[in-house]
Design a protein around this ligand. Sequence first.
Ligand code: ZN
Length: 111
Amino acid sequence: MRRRFIGDIVCSDMGKDIPTKQDLLKAQTDLLWAADSGKLDSLDCPSCHRQTVSVWFTHPKPDIYREWFVCSSCSFSFRAQISGIPKHYSESRINQKLQEYDVDLLAKIKF
Ligand SMILES: [Zn+2]
């Protein structure tokens, strides 16, 4: 696996139906597979169970790409760091808000 997860899954308003850590890990794997196969919209959300997760990319540095999975119905999101260019990367899929967040985050890390 050439990806690693950075940061925890964000899902603060899950209501009664709280997924277990195992469920979330499985959901992450499923979402990553879906993204790899080219499905970038209408993915299953493990939190609100709607098909409202979309894949976004950020490119905060010339050699750094990140893949984000964001639900539009609830607060579920997570991101994966990619080594190399994501398979279905396109500039039209860059989310400006997330891009700024990642650029800002990287600026704070001292190498
Ligand atoms: Zn959701």
